[in-house]
Design a protein around this ligand. Structure first.
Ligand code: ADP
Length: 505
C-alpha cells in the first residue's frame, strides 16, 4: 500500500498496515528526505520539491510511483489529496484501490451546497439559510434579511475555516461577500457562496460513520470539537459534553448520520459534522469524506482501529457489522502546534528536544522524535496527544499530567542558551485543560474568545518549567546575569565552566 501523505498520519497508517501485513510505500518531498514517515515504511520514493503542489498534491507523480512500486492500495491520510475526486479516479484508472469513498461520494459531499441539498432531501435538519448558492451581494442580503442577522457567508468549496465571514448587519454584506468569495476562489478554485444563519454559542459535534458502499452503514459515536481557534479544532473529545445534557439529541443525530451514509451508498470512513445549539437542536453542516485528524478519541472509546477498518473494507476482507461498537469511558485529544500563542498563527521552527509523555492510557501521535524542524511548507502540527479515562474528569486529569510532562524545546546553541525561540501552543493547552468552562463541559465554539487569559504566557506564579529553568540558572551561576553590569560576570555556561577551571588551577 502506498501512503500518499506525510507526518504523523503517514506513520499512523503505516503502523496499522504493518500489523495487518500490508507492505508499505512512503512518498517524500525534498524537505522530507530524512522524515520519520519515510523510515516508518518498507520503501520510499521521492516525488518532488517541497511545495505541496510539486509533491504531495501531484496526482500524476504519486500514481506513477504507486504503479512503479507495485502497490495495490493507496491510502490518502487526511488533507492533501484525501478529498480530491480526481485523485480517486486517477487511482482507479491505474488499477489501484483507493482506501476511501468513491469519487462520486466525494464530489457530492465535498460541495457544501450539494451536501445541504442532500440533507434537505433526507429531512435532516441543517442550518437555516439560502437553498443554494447566492450569486450576488444583493441576493445574499435578501436571504440574510429573511433569516435575520448575524449570518455567515460561506464558500461552497470551503474548508479549514477559509472562505467564511461573519456578517452582523446589512451594511457589511457586500465587502464580506467579495472578500470571502475571492479567498475561496484563490484557495479552492471556486468562489460560489451561500448564506447561513449564525448559530450563537454553538457546539461542534460530529458523528463518525463507516459505509460498505452497498447501502450498509454504522456509526461509531460522536466527537465534540467545539474548542476552536480560527475555526480550527484544538481540543476534541468523546463523548460530547453537550449531548450529555440532551440525551434525546444523541440517538437522533446518530440516526440522521447513518441515514445520510446509507443513502449515499457511502464506502469507508466518513464524518458528518453538525452544530448543536444551547437547547439541544442539531443542524447538519457538512460531511468530511476521509479519516479525521481527531479519530484517536473514537478509537479510545470504541477500541476499534479505524485505519484497520478502512483497510479491511477496501480489501473486501470485512463485512460491515449491522451495529456500531459499544463505547466506554471518555477520551480527550489536544493538538500541539508550532504557533504563536498570541494570535494562533503558524510559527515554523527548529525543535531541539521533544520528550513526549507516557503512562497509562496516554497516546502520542507525532512525526517528531528528537531534533527536527517544523517546516514552513506544511501544517505546523507537532503532535496529537490523546488520553482515555473511565470518566471525563479522569481523562482531563490524565491530560493535565501528560501536558505537564511534555517537553518541547528549541535547539541548544553553543553558549548554552536556546537558539531562537520555538513558539508552541503548549502553555495555552496547559491552561486550557484547567479552564473552568472546559472542566464543566461548557465548550461552545467561542470558548477561546471568551477567555483571553488562555493566551497569556504564565506571569505571576512561575510554572514548573520556569521554576526548573530558574533553579538551573542558579546552579550554573547564571543568576549573576541580572547584575552583569556591576559584577562583570558573563552569563554563558562555557564561561562559567572556564571560571571553575580557572579556580581549580
Ligand atoms: P470548514 O469546512 O471550513 O471547517 P465548517 O462549515 O465545518 O467549515 O465550519 C467550521 C466551524 O465554523 C464549525 O465547526 C463551527 O464552529 C463554525 N460554524 C460553521 N457554520 C456555523 C453557523 N452557521 N453558525 C455558527 N457557527 C458555525
Amino acid at each position: 500500500m502506498l501512503i500518499a501523505n506525510r507526518g504523523e498520519i503517514a506513520i499512523r497508517v503505516a503502523r496499522t498496515a504493518r500489523a495487518l501485513g500490508f507492505p508499505t510505500v512512503a512518498v517524500y518531498s525534498d524537505a522530507d528526505r530524512f522524515a520519520p514517515h519515510v523510515q516508518a515504511c518498507d520503501r520510499a520514493y521521492w516525488i518532488g520539491a517541497s511545495e505541496p503542489r510539486e509533491s504531495y498534491l501531484n496526482i500524476d507523480r504519486i500514481v506513477g510511483v504507486a504503479k512503479a512500486a507495485g502497490a495495490r492500495f493507496v491510502h490518502p491520510g487526511y488533507g492533501f489529496l484525501s478529498e480530491r475526486p480526481r485523485f480517486v479516479e486517477a487511482c482507479q484508472r491505474a488499477g489501484l484501490v483507493f482506501v476511501g469513498p468513491s469519487a462520486e461520494n466525494m464530489e457530492r459531499m465535498g460541495d457544501k451546497i450539494q451536501a445541504r441539498a442532500t440533507a434537505d432531501e433526507l429531512q435532516v435538519p441543517r442550518v437555516p439559510g439560502s437553498a443554494g448558492a447566492v450569486k450576488s451581494p444583493a441576493e445574499a442580503a435578501s436571504v440574510a434579511s429573511k433569516i435575520g442577522y448575524p449570518v455567515l457567508l460561506k464558500a461552497a468549496a470551503g474548508g479549514g475555516g477559509k472562505g467564511m465571514r461573519r456578517v452582523n448587519e446589512a451594511g457589511q454584506i457586500a465587502a464580506a461577500f467579495e472578500g470571502a468569495s475571492r479567498e475561496a476562489l484563490s484557495a479552492f478554485g471556486d468562489g460560489a457562496m451561500y448564506v447561513e444563519k449564525l448559530i450563537l454559542e454553538p457546539h461542534h459535534v460530529e458523528i463518525q460513520v463507516f459505509g460498505d458502499g452497498k447501502g450498509g452503514a454504522i456509526h461509531l459515536g460522536e466527537r465534540e470539537c467545539s474548542v476552536q481557534r480560527r475555526h480550527q479544532k484544538v481540543l476534541e473529545e468523546s463523548p460530547s459534553p453537550v449531548l450529555n445534557q440532551f440525551p434525546d439529541t444523541r440517538p437522533r443525530m446518530f440516526e440522521a448520520a447513518v441515514r445520510i451514509t446509507k443513502h449515499l451508498r457511502y464506502a469507508g470512513a466518513g464524518t458528518l459534522e453538525f452544530i448543536v445549539d444551547g437547547e439541544g437542536n442539531y443542524y447538519f453542516l457538512e460531511m468530511n469524506t476521509r479519516l479525521q485528524v481527531e479519530h484517536p478519541v473514537t478509537e479510545w472509546v470504541t477500541g476499534v482501529d479505524l485505519v484497520a477498518m478502512q483497510l479491511l473494507l477496501a480489501a473486501g476482507e470485512l463485512a460491515l457489522p449491522t451495529e456500531g461498537p459499544d463505547r466506554s469511558g471518555s477520551s480527550v485529544e489536544v493538538r500541539v502546534y508550532a504557533e504563536d500563542p498570541k494570535n494562533f498563527l503558524p510559527a515554523p521552527g527548529k525543535i531541539g528536544v521533544i520528550d513526549p509523555p507516557s503512562g497509562p492510557f496516554v497516546r502520542w501521535d507525532s512525526a517528531f522524535r528528537g531534533p527536527g524542524e517544523v517546516s514552513m511548507f506544511y501544517d505546523p502540527m507537532i503532535a496529537k496527544l490523546s488520553v482515555w479515562g473511565p470518566t471525563r474528569a479522569e481523562a482531563l486529569q490524565r491530560m493535565r499530567v501528560a501536558l505537564d510532562e511534555l517537553r518541547i524545546e528549541a535547539p541548544m546553541a553553543p553558549d548554552g542558551t536556546r537558539e531562537g525561540s520555538l513558539k508552541t501552543n503548549l502553555g495555552f493547552l496547559r491552561r486550557l485543560v484547567r479552564n473552568g468552562d472546559v472542566l464543566a463541559g461548557n465548550t461552545t465554539t467561542d470558548l477561546i474568545e471568551k477567555h483571553p487569559e488562555l493566551k497569556a504566557p504564565p506571569g505571576g506564579a512561575p510554572g514548573r518549567e520556569a521554576a526548573i529553568a530558574a533553579a538551573l540558572a542558579r546552579m550554573l551561576g547564571q543568576a549573576a546575569v541580572t547584575q552583569e553590569g556591576e559584577s562583570g560576570v558573563s552569563h554563558s555556561v562555557w564561561s562559567w565552566q572556564a571560571r571553575r577551571e580557572g579556580a581549580r588551577s
